[in-house]
Design a protein around this ligand. Structure first.
Ligand SMILES: C[S@@+](CC[C@H](N)C(=O)[O-])C[C@H]1O[C@@H](n2cnc3c(N)ncnc32)[C@H](O)[C@@H]1O
Length: 318
């Protein structure tokens, strides 16, 4: 029954001449279960999370993102931040707890009313500093307040995707995006295009506000110090469907977003999420990862994390 419902919902949300995968109806009605989706943010939620301990880290994801943004000069005193798609509010909770002295105001924007409620509960201790806005990011409103930074952590894979495009018969919208930005496409195989993410990057570039994006990618960057993480991984592919409960996400082709931002006159920096986390890499990980040598629970957690994080990339547009 559950799988029938799953199929019906997916069919319902895939109605459009261009073949658009949309998760909007799903997110409006159903709060996603982030424990099942296992986002990097929830995996490394706090200093007491099992993965944080297994990796020998001393702080959670939100705090590490704060350190990273500060190093990049994007978190300065009296910053006003907008986080879109904040899930359970875990990233912002970590960020406000560790770097709150730099944050004047935080806006939380989400499509899901249930998740906005959870964010409100999670961020209760920061009342007065945090505002909550329910909106669909595809209809990103003009910013009414001064913003210093936008954060999109594992959100853009949920945005609209044009699916099963035939490179020799492209629908008009896809064709105009591809030619406007000189985006590479496969020679003759059908492919998917992250139209929602591309349009969002266009909008953010036009606002001129710096943005930090992280997401599951189909063109990952492998950390220089961990070359074995490339084993069996395609480093230059096109967005792939990830089937989840009653909806599908797609991986992101970051090279497309880089081209769009650069064409619009912005500066980009990008890399592997693994490097952003500044985790002290251990020589034993090579054996754990390559041979899947997991004799202990700690080794299982390390293997699981490396296998997951290697496909994640970050992008800063300024
Ligand atoms: C995969 S979760 C990521 C949550 C959190 N950022 C994390 O990393 O754990 C995606 C988030 O984006 C929100 N979202 C999905 N589609 C959206 C849309 N069209 N507009 C605004 N928020 C959206 C979901 O409700 C959810 O909070």
């Amino acid at each position: 029954m559950d799988s029938l419902l799953n199929i019906l919902t997916q069919v319902m949300y895939r109605t459009n001449a261009m073949g658009i995968n949309s998760t909007r109806g799903f997110h409006r009605k159903t709060p996603i279960d982030l424990m099942k989706e296992l986002t990097i943010c929830e995996t490394l939620a706090s200093s007491s999370s099992p993965h944080v301990k297994a990796l020998g880290l001393s702080e959670g994801y939100g705090s590490m993102i704060g350190d990273f943004l500060e190093r990049k000069g994007l978190l300065t005193p009296r910053s006003s931040l907008l986080e879109i798609g904040g899930g359970y509010g875990t990233l912002m909770h970590g960020l406000l707890s560790s770097h709150g002295h730099l944050i004047h105001k935080a806006f939380m924007m989400d499509l899901s009313p249930v998740l906005l409620r959870k964010q409100r509960e999670r961020l209760m201790g920061f009342q007065g500093k945090v505002c909550f806005i329910q909106t669909d990011i595809h209809e990103f409103p003009c910013a009414k307040h001064r913003l210093d930074l936008i954060i999109l952590n594992e959100v853009i894979g949920d945005l609209d995707v044009a699916t099963d495009l035939d490179p020799s018969h492209l629908p008009e919208e896809a064709s105009s995006i591809i030619s406007a930005y000189g985006l590479e496409v496969p020679g003759n195989e059908p492919f998917n295009l992250n139209t929602g993410a591309i349009r969002l990057v266009e909008t953010i570039c036009s606002l001129g506000v710096p943005v930090f994006i992280s997401e599951h990618t189909c063109d990952p960057i492998i950390p220089y110090s961990l070359p074995y993480l490339a084993e069996g991984l395609s480093l230059d592919s096109y967005p792939r469907e990830i089937r989840l409960h009653a909806h599908s996400e797609y991986t992101i082709r970051f090279s497309h977003l880089v081209k769009v931002a650069q064409a619009l006159g912005r500066t980009v920096q990008t890399g592997s999420v693994m490097d952003l986390l500044c985790i002290e890499k251990q020589p034993s990980w090579r054996f754990i990862f390559s041979c899947r040598a997991c004799a202990t629970e700690k080794q299982e957690l390390i293997y699981e994390f490396l296998d997951h994080v290697r496909e994640y990339r970050w992008l800063i547009i300024t």
